[in-house]
Design a protein around this ligand. Structure first.
Ligand code: PAF
Length: 292
């Protein structure tokens, strides 16, 4: 155990780490009973500035907030051949980030805690789960929603915070919470970007310097698209496509314009421009709001 941490219960102003659902659940329940507001920040670890922003956002929510960060690389949301084994797991660094950001509780379950033998029930994301990211990553969103549902049940938060960087994930979580009557509020936090506009992601660590330079084209394409939104859908997509074409080593998977709930793009109002591309063996995604 590192200094400044406790592994039992809850100690105000100190980081407490739990790995067993049955030990964490009564702690958050008691805190809620005492009038504290539990805010969950679900992560897969490898915490970066984007996650720090989620935590800061959580701490700014009005009320007597107890931020709870979960760190769990969820095997259910990785398809065969994806990066489950090489996904970074720097737990001690992550705990240090949580300590620096004033997190009270961290939940770090093992796979056997979340999916004990015989655990077979899954959440089905529905048709949107097979589109965009779901078309390339079969079963990804069913696995993601299943673990999020479990985390929500274990932690019992008043609020859960998700980044807009994974906009389809955020949309599907909101939908699950609405459709299945989960009693909490979902908050989306705008994407944190590098100086060149590139969205922060744990997977950026896989890129070598040349790939990292080339990957900057994703955010440039989104900016190019939104800058001509007054001229309509076709112009938005053409401008973004033109920018993407300037980096032939970036293999575009999709570039799509949708409405804010990821239905068909509206003639006017709020939309979302989304892109996914492969740079070497790394799959990257990004999105921005666009107004018509
Ligand atoms: O966005 C992530 O890191 C994961 O998809 C989440 C929400 C923690 C579920 O595993």
């Amino acid at each position: 155990m590192t200094p400044g941490s406790t592994r039992n219960g809850y100690a105000p102003g100190r980081l407490t780490v739990h790995s067993e659902p049955a030990k964490l659940a009564p702690v958050t329940r008691a805190l809620r009973g005492a009038g504290r507001k539990i805010v969950l920040i679900p992560t897969m670890g490898a915490l970066h500035e984007g996650h720090r922003e989620l935590i800061r956002h959580a701490r700014r929510i009005p009320g007597s907030v107890v931020p709870v960060v979960s760190i769990f690389v969820n095997p259910l949301q990785f398809a065969a051949g994806e990066d489950l084994d090489r996904y970074p797991r720097p737990l001690e660094d992550d705990l240090q980030v949580c300590r620096e950001e004033g997190v009270d509780l961290v939940f770090t379950p093992q796979v056997e805690h979340m999916y004990p033998p015989g655990s077979e029930t899954r959440i089905a994301a529905g048709p949107l789960g097979d589109e965009l990211e779901g078309a390339a990553r079969k079963g990804h969103f069913d696995g993601m929603l299943t673990v999020v549902a479990k985390l929500l049940h274990i932690v019992g938060p008043d609020v859960a915070v998700f980044g807009e960087k994974d906009y389809q994930q955020l949309t599907l979580v909101r939908r699950m919470v609405r459709d299945l009557d989960f009693p909490l509020r979902i908050v989306g936090v705008p994407t944190v970007r590098e100086d060149d506009g590139m969205a922060l992601s744990s997977r950026n660590a896989y890129l070598d310097p040349e790939q990292r330079r080339a990957a900057g084209v994703l955010s440039r394409a989104l900016v190019a698209g939104t800058s001509v939104s007054a001229r309509g859908h076709d112009e938005v997509l053409a401008a973004a496509r033109g920018e993407l074409a300037s980096e032939p080593d970036v293999e575009v998977d999709y570039l799509e314009l949708r409405d804010a709930d990821l239905g068909p793009a509206p003639a006017s109002g709020a939309g979302r421009l989304l892109v996914a591309a492969r740079v070497g063996s790394t799959r990257l995604i990004d999105n921005v709001p666009v107004a018509f």
